[in-house]
Ligand binder design. Sequence first.
Ligand SMILES: NC(=O)c1ccc[n+]([C@@H]2O[C@H](COP(=O)([O-])OP(=O)(O)OC[C@H]3O[C@@H](n4cnc5c(N)ncnc54)[C@H](O)[C@@H]3O)[C@@H](O)[C@H]2O)c1
Length: 365
Amino acid sequence: MELTVRTSKPYDILIERGSLRTIGARCAALFPAGAKAAVVSDSSVFPLYGETVTGSLRAAGFAPASFVFPAGESSKTLATVSGLLGFLAEQGLTRSDFVVALGGGVTGDMAGFAAACYLRGIRFVQVPTSLLAQVDSSVGGKTAVDLPQGKNLAGAFHQPAFVLIDPDTLATLPPLFFADGMGEVIKYGCIRRADLFRTLETAGDAAPLMEEILFSCVDCKREVVEHDEFDTGERLILNFGHTLGHALEKAHGYTGLTHGAAVGIGMVLISRLGEHMGLTEPGTAGRIAAVLRRWNLPVEDPMAQGESLDRVIGATALDKKGLGGDLRIVLVHRIGESFVHRLPRAQFAALCRETFLPAGEAGVR
Ligand SMILES: NC(=O)c1ccc[n+]([C@@H]2O[C@H](COP(=O)([O-])OP(=O)(O)OC[C@H]3O[C@@H](n4cnc5c(N)ncnc54)[C@H](O)[C@@H]3O)[C@@H](O)[C@H]2O)c1
């Protein structure tokens, strides 16, 4: 399956089992013969797929060199990017050479950021290997690193030259990371793909449907990104579940609750709020919770109840979708139909208390 993303610099996305072995031939259509290719990967992914990718690039006449960093979010720093930029310079990459990001979202975000900075921008190819990276981070051109002050605070928009998604790589992805990615898959069903949501409500095993699932998610992201490349409007709907999800992650100190799990709980909570406001079809939050459970994701969190609810509400203060004293939340009218709703922060806080606290406790604080 192939898609073209028509952003300022259009690019193709290939979703095909076994396509990792064809990366060299695919790149031959995009880059000059003999070009240098810097393969950036982490310490978990490179031992699994590094040789396949570098071998295929070499067979196609490119000169690959590999930069491998320790796996995990803690590597997504300016220090690692600094090392990577030095590596690109030592290898003598020029503007006709390219970077290959082989790995999850951490690899893609960081390699993309380095490619955006090096020589004021060289081309790069995304080869996402985690479910989250395949359905989300590899498409759309957002690249970033974390700062000690917060996640993704330094970055750039830099669209890839090509995205190659090989669903077979998911066979080695640890189950916790697979479930995490399913949180984002379910999100696409909620915001724009009711048919995908129905598939997820009934399917027993994702493996035979993976290409279809990936296509549906990537096509949804393509549609949104094409309309709003630089994140000034429609792209907000991709943040369904993220306002309260991010707040829960923060309230947990970014440990113990994965991002996908937090977004899943956030989708249930915001839909309960939408139902309470009369803007979301009754029963929607229950349907979302049932699908999340089916795909091994939690649907509630003690932090969103009782005394700690105010801490979670307080943590939404940093939400990137804020506009002055207002907050923009993403809601669904019904599964597959999302919209952005703007409301004053104080009203949001009061509605959260009314919706999530037992009757009688809402007005206490
Ligand atoms: N740019 C964007 O638009 C965007 C969107 C969403 C998330 N993100 C970013 O993505 C990151 C999270 O992505 P992630 O969950 O992929 O993290 P990750 O890159 O750390 O990958 C998760 C883990 O899975 C391992 N892994 C990946 N593929 C594997 C495979 N096929 N087999 C075995 N192990 C494999 C990795 O080594 C890592 O340990 C965050 O930094 C987040 O900010 C970016």
